[in-house]
Write a protein that binds this ligand. Structure first.
Ligand code: ATP
Length: 630
């Protein structure tokens, strides 16, 4: 029952280089539209750095020049100057925070949008291989890591560097001997930073891995809450969660210890620098070589010099995390889109033309496997992996083909290929004589009305869900619903068309869901109907409504039905019996029922021993759920 913790995908743990020119160039492309923002932020940073320098210089002037004159006016002027400095510093720092945040937020919005657009274009086969949790991480926390890069990373990192250089140069210019005395501890700062970076790097990776495990675990348990409660597994799950939670706490504590040690070490080194400065100054001041003001200014400058040094070490980690996130985001953006996602300009006209002449579908020797070797769909799969083997059939306009066979035989796969969710490795699928690879995807899909086995309704009102296939007016909506009996479903709902469904369409029964899906399919007046019937049992009234709706839906259209209900099978122009991906029997109901093969056996079983001749009563009988025909 207790599933192993889904370990974080290895790539999510990776920490790349702190600076990768290729990635930075690509990131800059996102910043370019906001060049004015960047310029203004840099100006604020320059002002803030200048102010860092101006404070100590003013102190020096006050001590060395203003105070000895004992002129109160001069001291007041100095105080006013200092206040002005503080005000300017306040403004610059406010501007810097606001502008870098604006920049970060805007770039994040653009990236998130681009990611979502790309995700919608990716082939369905790609989603089979990629856990949803990982994609959500891309769109949320990876983008957030990049935000850090813009807000507290690059721009303020540049500011730190700027301040560092400015103060360093000023110190050398004012008094190079004092400067050297203070700089003596710099090698130790570098050493401490290096150790810190290495430790933080490994604890950061640990935190990410463990957090990913924790999230995956919570996500899966929430999705499977019914099973957890049904089997009374709450205690075991809580114990499992406690282990993961503890591991996460440990890694966080390790990281906190590293930070807690690093900051006092830097503080200690700053104090050592100050001590070394005072010793040097004290030794020489006896000789009267240097003013008190200079020493006072240096005391301030040294503090301000070490602050950005300490910040830069932290920024290094932000850079590393951001580069790793950028790598993953660009990887996703570079994943090739499914073929034919670009909209066709004359789509409506082409769809209308197909609707006029009717649709012929032809499978010619189609072979398909979901996976070959690791995801590369163009390689030849090993024989055991074929899900469809040499499938050929033809449906003429207005005719119907039914696919039946045991569960896992490959029936839904036939439909998946027709809708181009996947591409066959061998053979061709033709619509009106044209290979579907040459028909624009939006045209192909607009021709098809597809009712899935597992009907997906989105959170939102019922009307919006039915309107997905076509922008219907209220009357159009009512007509479409009435034709398939979905109007009765809508009337039963408390809010009618405006009734709001829960997430994934919660709040309507499976049978009602099907009728709504029929309304959605018929609303677009599709020339080709593809039905993947649900296997779940529905009550007899809904069952009758569904049967009625099906006949309305199929009348006058080409249809391919994965049949679970006998009435669909009985009326079909051709029935294909699939077994392990192969067509093992084909023909009309009458022919197959008399042939004494698998179809006859399945039919007899699900009809509950009713004689084959008595088709009308058999047709009204549901398949028992353990013998799935179709
Ligand atoms: P059912 O009646 O239960 O719906 P089916 O006949 O429609 O079954 P398919 O869904 O076509 O069967 O599946 C055929 C085979 O392909 C099964 O063995 C199934 O496990 C496998 N399969 C289906 N979808 C995928 C996928 N996305 N990736 C890998 N294998 C898949």
């Amino acid at each position: 029952m207790v599933a192993p913790a889904a370990s974080a995908p290895p790539e999510d743990d990776a920490l790349g280089k702190a600076y990768d020119a290729r990635l930075v160039r690509r990131l800059l492309a996102y910043v370019r539209p906001y060049a004015a923002l960047v310029g203004a932020a840099l100006a604020c940073i320059a002002v803030a750095a200048g102010m860092q320098l101006a404070g100590p210089l003013l102190t020096r002037w006050v001590i060395d020049q203003a105070l000895p004159t004992r002129d109160p006016a001069l001291v007041v002027r100095a105080a006013l100057g200092y206040a002005a400095l503080l005000l300017a510093q306040f403004g610059a720092s406010y501007g810097e925070t606001m502008l870098t945040s604006l920049l970060g937020q805007r770039v994040m919005r653009d990236l998130r949008h681009e990611l979502f657009v790309r995700l919608q274009q990716l082939p369905i086969a790609w989603f089979d291989r990629t856990p949803v949790g990982r994609l959500v991480t891309r769109v949320t926390s990876d983008v957030e890591a990049l935000n850090e890069l813009f807000t507290s990373g690059v721009v303020s990192g540049l500011g730190d560097l700027f301040t560092l250089v400015a103060i360093g140069v000023a110190m050398v210019l004012i008094d190079w001997r004092l400067a050297l005395a203070a700089f003596a501890v710099i090698p130790f700062v570098f050493l401490a930073s290096r150790v810190f970076q290495r430790r933080v790097r490994s604890s950061y990776r640990d935190i990410r891995t463990r957090l990913a495990r924790l999230n995956a675990f919570v996500g899966e348990r929430l999705a499977g809450m019914r099973i957890v409660q049904l089997f009374g597994q709450q205690h075991r799950e809580a114990a499992h969660f406690a282990r993961l939670n503890e591991a996460h706490l440990e890694s966080q504590l390790r990281s906190i210890t590293v930070y807690a040690l690093y900051f006092p070490v830097i503080e200690l080194l700053t104090t050592l620098a100050l001590a070394s400065l005072l010793v040097t100054a004290g030794g020489e001041a006896m000789g009267g070589a240097r003013s008190v003001g200079t020493v006072a200014a240096f005391l301030q400058l040294v503090r301000r010099f070490f602050q950005p040094l300490q910040d830069l070490s932290e920024k290094y980690n932000i850079l590393q995390a951001a580069m790793a996130a950028a790598e993953r985001i660009f990887d996703l953006l570079d994943t090739p889109a499914a073929p034919g996602v670009t909209p066709t300009p004359d789509r409506e006209a082409r769809v209308a033309a197909l609707r006029r002449v009717g649709v012929t579908v032809e499978f010619q020797g189609v072979w398909f496997a979901y996976e070959t070797t690791r995801g590369a769909n163009d390689e030849e799969p090993s024989p055991s992996r074929w899900v469809l083997r040499d499938i050929s059939f033809r449906v003429a306009p207005g005719q119907s083909v039914a696919l039946v066979g045991p569960t896992g035989a490959g029936k839904s796969t036939v439909v998946n290929l027709l809708l181009r969710f996947y591409e066959p490795q061998r053979g061709r699928i033709l619509v009106n004589g044209t290979d579907i690879r040459e028909i624009p995807l939006d045209v192909l899909r607009a021709v098809v009305g597809y009712v899935q086995q597992d009907i997906f309704l989105f959170a939102g009102d019922v009307a919006a869900n039915v309107r997905l296939s076509a922008p219907l007016s209220d009357e159009g909506l009512a007509t479409a619903a009435a034709r398939v009996g979905a109007d009765r479903v809508v009337r039963r709902l408390p809010g009618g068309w405006q009734h709001v469904l829960g997430e994934r369409g919660g709040g309507v029964s499976i049978g009602e869901r099907q009728l709504l899906a029929f309304a959605r399919a018929i609303a677009a007046n599709p020339a080709l109907l593809v039905l993947d019937e649900a296997t779940s049992a529905v009550d007899s009234q809904i069952e009758a409504e569904i049967q009625q709706a099906l006949s309305t839906l199929m009348a006058g259209r080409t249809s391919i039905a994965i049949a679970h209900r006998l009435s669909t099978i009985v009326g079909a122009n051709e029935i294909l019996v699939l077994h392990h991906g192969e067509v093992i029997e084909r023909g009309t109901h009458r022919v197959l029922a008399a042939a004494g093969g698998m179809y006859e056996r399945l039919f007899r079983l699900q009809a509950g021993g009713v004689g084959l001749e008595d088709q009308s009563s058999a047709a009204a009988t549901r398949l028992p759920s353990d013998v799935t025909v179709g």
